[in-house]
Design a protein around this ligand. Structure first.
Ligand code: SAH
Ligand code: SF4
Ligand code: F3S
Length: 477
């Protein structure tokens, strides 16, 4: 019963937003005729895949209103979809806003909007209200679907419009969305995070964990496949806990098995897996699947059980290594990648050596390495013993060196074999070549032309050049 009400609300809401879109379309068509030029928009996306997917929804709405996307910030509607996971993500946004104010002086029709994770922080919104008065619209991560309504409100009021929700109660389905690639797409399976790792701000800015109904996910994927998509990336902060809060609980492995059945879908990826929730059933589902790619991103964050405990990660070094063993035994050609933080408060040289030990034992294909960044409002920000900058820098460099050595030893291991490659585009440096992606996520460059884009072809991996291969197409699939 509760579920029914929820669906009604969301359908009603999306209909309501479509009416705002139509109204704005009329307004902007007139404006465009008046100015005798198309009206343009530009979206700058910071942060992770979640934001990238949100930006597709933002672009979908803007295009329906009548804006044409351009590559420059000299546009009629400019929006920054922001990230706040680390301090430098924040600083980038402030840096670029100064430049935007100059552009706005030249174009009186220009609207500037800010959205995304940074906007969920009160201190950020206060700062913008005070020092960046030229911003027109501010909204957060929970009400992206309201964009058209907020633009309308701005046109009606002439004042800065601020609409931030502390959390989301509903998932609004079926709003327009404009995909970046014709042949691959990100699909949200859940929103938010309940894990509260002590360094991380994401649970505060993305709210509590909410899973989408499996039927909605499957329908979205079927529609994407009908529209030419062959590869999907399932998105969530912790996909392994998918389905726990559904009316009829379902596991992530169960969802993957349903997705596997979709005809025409060739490849399935997912991000991000939390080690604490990765089940043997999921390993089995991956092993049995013909579509799930041979790549698993499994953030370890630290190799020290002591630090992992303070980070609130809910696994020890030994449990993580044991999990990796089980995965490798079941799927020997799996390519593992990870995220690592150095300089978490209280991290000692011994703790750091444990991290290096994990890297040597697991042998990651690649790793995203981060210097710990203090995020106001998180428990770690109040921990004493923040590690000295110089020490962190030294550890970071040592870590990077180790990661590079291992990844260069690993990447070449498939040289000489023939692999399936999804062609993504023309090579940026050499237009005679195309660039494609292997199941394990590595890139391959080989001779080919535009008609191959979006197709899966067999390619012989002739030479490994460190992080990518040079190949030769053997035959089209
Ligand atoms: N939900 C994902 C990660 C999302 S954030 C997961 O749990 O794996 C992406 C990465 O940013 C994290 O894995 C972590 O390595 C890093 N990160 C998050 N907060 C950070 C902070 N305060 N300082 C440095 N790195 C951080
Ligand atoms: Fe952040 Fe941890 Fe949630 Fe990932 S699982 S988003 S690191 S709190
Ligand atoms: Fe950044 Fe928000 Fe993603 S803080 S990493 S954009 S969830």
């Amino acid at each position: 019963m509760k579920e029914e009400v929820k669906i009604n609300i969301t359908e009603k809401e999306s209909q309501r937003q479509l009416r705002f879109i139509e109204h704005l379309r009329d307004y902007y068509t007139e404006k465009s005729e008046e100015l005798q030029r198309p009206l343009t928009c530009h979206i700058a996306t910071f942060g992770c895949q979640m934001n990238a997917r949100d930006s597709e929804k933002i672009l979908g709405t803007l295009e329906q209103i009548g804006f044409k996307e351009v590559d420059t910030e000299e546009a009629d509607f400019v929006i920054y979809n922001t990230c706040t996971v680390r301090e430098n993500a924040n600083l980038k946004v402030y840096g670029r806003l100064g430049h935007l104010s100059q552009l706005k002086k030249k174009n009186p029709h220009m609207l500037i909007a800010l959205c995304g994770c940074m906007m969920q922080e009160d201190a950020v919104v206060d700062k913008i209200k005070k020092s960046y008065r030229f911003v027109d619209i501010i909204f957060g991560t929970h009400n992206i679907f309201k964009l058209a309504e907020l633009i309308q409100a701005r046109l009606d009021s002439k004042d800065m419009i601020i609409d931030i929700w502390k959390d989301a109660t509903e998932i609004v389905e079926d709003l327009p969305s404009e995909r970046k690639y014709k042949f691959k797409a990100g699909v949200n399976i859940m929103f938010g995070c309940n894990n509260f790792c002590t360094y991380c701000i994401v649970p505060y800015v993305r709210g509590r964990e909410r899973s989408r109904n499996p039927e909605d996910i499957i329908k979205e994927i079927k529609d994407l496949v009908a529209d030419g998509v062959v590869e999907i990336m399932l998105l969530g902060q912790n996909v392994n806990s998918y389905g726990k809060n559904l009316e009829e609980p379902m596991t992530f492995a169960g969802l993957l098995r349903e997705i596997e059945k979709i005809d025409g879908l060739e490849r399935v990826r997912f991000m991000t897996s939390h080690p604490k929730d990765l089940s043997d059933d999921l390993i089995d589902a991956m092993k049995d699947s013909k579509k799930i790619c041979t790549h698993l991103h499994l953030p370890v964050q630290s190799g020290s059980s002591r630090i992992l405990k303070i980070m609130n990660r809910h696994y020890t070094k030994e449990q993580y290594l044991n999990l990796v063993d089980r995965i490798k035994n079941a799927i020997p050609n799996i390519s593992l990648t990870t995220d690592i933080i150095v300089g978490f408060p209280g991290e000692t040289e011994e703790d750091f050596l444990e991290t290096l030990d994990v890297i040597r034992k697991v042998r990651y294909e690649s790793a995203f390495t981060f210097v710990y960044s203090k995020r106001t409002g998180t428990p770690a920000a109040n921990m004493e013993e923040q590690v000295d900058d110089e020490v962190v820098k030294d550890r970071f460099n040592r870590l990077l060196k180790e990661v590079k050595i291992i990844s260069s030893e690993l990447t070449g291991r498939e040289t000489g074999t023939v692999q399936k490659v999804l062609v993504e585009g023309i090579n940026e440096q050499d237009s005679e070549l195309v660039t494609g992606r292997l199941s394990n996520n590595l890139l391959v460059h080989f001779k080919g032309s535009t008609e191959l884009i979006g197709r899966i072809v067999n390619v012989k991996l002739v030479e490994c050049k460190g992080f990518y291969y040079i190949g030769e197409m053997v035959e089209a699939q």
